[in-house]
Design a binder for this molecule. Structure first.
Ligand code: NAD
Length: 466
């Protein structure tokens, strides 16, 4: 069984809980359930490790590079665990691990800025960025290793120590990550604990962490923010999205339909910043619907371990039920499933890639985050109307505009109310580029130098002269 990592040791849980393989719907492994006492121990270990860890930036860089190498060496084991518990095709799981390795290496080379604000006869004033101490990192189930890596790299480089808690649906790959790094990082620098949702609540309410870095749903993000408020902990929230793609009237279907399709269906639609609704000029609507439906019909859906699989199952039973419910509701309200429209007739949490037309704003599948392989394609007559509808939501993660004319596309993209607006593509993460959501989609950013600084307090160092 995978073990937790606490104070550099492998630790079994006070109890265990089952982890399902979504391709079968059956429990295939047990994971440790962390007791409140073990959580205390992990946080104590992280606190004890902090003074030495923060004191040597050069050593941190070297150790982050060594950590990246160790993750790279363990890529096959990590990818196999990701596919087993999360469901994505093995090739995508490998890409997830490779992206994590590249991200850790990128962060290891980043400079923590130290800025001279004034230097004159009276004073030399500098702006420093210093670590918080212990960071609580909480992750969701869609990219368990990649999202853990997005938090670990910057938190550790800036001198913090970490207690990391993965989703109870996908704990194994993160526990394994902790194991892989156990003898690379000094004891207590990275602790990994697993357990059901109340463990997350205990972690955020605990007095030790000074910063919470959370990725997950809006509903849980609210609870995390409320828990943080009590103690005025700093918090970064990366939450859900309902990204709109707006196609302009010169959209080149042949050239861009593949990219549009994968912008929505990668990871079976379980991507925070996936395209979740498409607005198409009425003249192009049928052509675009057909192009997307062709791709949805022909994509290979299956067990992530099977050769040739491009889309796996939904990761969790609740998510499978939710997508089934949202699609059934849309069909009941007059939508047409051009292809798909329901679960696949097989064991596991498989849902048919679904393209819906005859659907409008106001239907739950359009207004809510579906987080699954079911895409509504909506017609518009006037681009002003499309922009208004794209923005008429509490979400504000990403958006995209698709056109042969980059200037026209950029002019529309600038008016989207979201953290990132893409032109002719959607959601290509890069470790240098800050990523975050407006409105209910989040608070603060991850990645790039702004993401690094999110793991620091700023401090002014003021030296008087003379
Ligand atoms: P979730 O909110 O159910 O769970 C996320 C994590 O929070 C899990 O580890 C869970 O155990 C923990 N948790 C649950 N209750 C808690 C509490 N009261 N206090 C603290 N932690 C608690 O989310 P999920 O279903 O695992 O993930 C899917 C959601 O994540 C989607 O909405 C998706 O859009 C979002 N997401 C956002 C990003 C982003 O970067 N913006 C990235 C990936 C996923």
């Amino acid at each position: 069984m995978e073990t937790m990592t606490i104070g550099g040791r492998a630790v079994e849980g006070a109890g265990t809980f089952g982890v399902e393989n979504p391709a079968t719907g059956r429990v295939f492994a047990q994971a440790p359930e962390c007791s409140p006492e073990q959580l205390d121990e992990a946080l104590r270990a992280a606190s004890d490790a902090f003074p030495a860890w923060r004191s040597d930036e050069g050593a941190r860089r070297d150790l982050l590079r060594a950590a990246a190498k160790r993750v790279e060496d363990a890529a096959d084991e990590l990818a196999a665990l990701i596919t087993a518990e999360q469901g994505k095709p093995l090739a995508d799981a490998r890409l997830e691990v490779q992206g994590t390795v590249a991200g850790l290496r990128f962060v290891a080379d980043l400079e923590v800025p130290r800025e001279v604000l004034a230097d004159d006869d009276q004073a030399r004033v500098e702006l420093l960025h210093q670590p918080f101490g212990v960071v609580a990192a909480i992750t969701p189930w869609n990219f368990p290793v990649a999202i853990a890596g997005l938090k670990l790299g910057p938190a550790l480089l800036t001198g913090n120590t970490v207690v990391l808690k993965p989703s109870p649906f996908t704990p194994l790959s993160t526990l394994h990550l902790g194991g892989v790094l156990r003898d690379v990082l000094p004891p207590g620098v990275l602790n990994v604990v697993s357990g059901s949702d109340p463990l997350g609540a205990r972690l955020t309410a605990h007095p030790v962490p000074r910063k919470i870095s959370f990725t997950g749903s809006v509903a849980t993000g609210r609870k995390v923010a409320a828990a943080a408020a009590d103690d005025l902990k700093r918090v970064t929230l990366e939450l859900g999205g309902n990204d709109a793609a707006i196609l302009l009237d010169d959209f080149d279907v042949d050239a861009l339909a593949d990219r549009l399709f994968w912008g929505a269906f990668l990871n079976s639609g379980q991507v925070c910043a996936a395209i979740k609704r498409v607005y198409v000029p009425r003249r192009l609507h049928d052509v675009v619907v057909d192009a997307l439906a062709d791709r949805a019909r022909s994509v290979v859906v299956g067990d992530g371990t099977a050769e040739g699989t491009r889309l796996g199952p939904l990761t969790t039973r609740p998510q499978f039920e939710r997508v089934s419910e949202l699609v059934a509701d849309a069909l009941a309200r007059g939508a047409t499933a051009v292809t798909g429209g329901g679960p696949l007739d097989r064991e596991g949490y498989f849902f048919q890639p679904t393209i819906l037309r005859d659907i409008d704003d106001g239907v739950r599948l359009v207004d809510e985050e579906q987080f699954g392989p079911a895409l509504p394609v909506l017609a518009y007559d006037d681009v002003e109307d499309a922009i208004r509808r794209a923005n008429a939501t509490h979400y504000g993660l990403d958006g995209s505009v698709w056109s042969a004319d980059p200037e026209r596309a950029a002019a529309v993209a600038e008016r989207l109310e979201c953290g990132t607006a893409w032109l002719n593509t959607h959601a290509l993460p890069h470790p240098a580029v800050p990523f975050g959501g407006w409105k209910h989609s989040g608070l603060g950013v991850e990645s790039g130098v702004p993401g690094l600084l999110a793991f620091t307090e700023s401090k002014v160092l003021y030296r008087v002269k003379g």
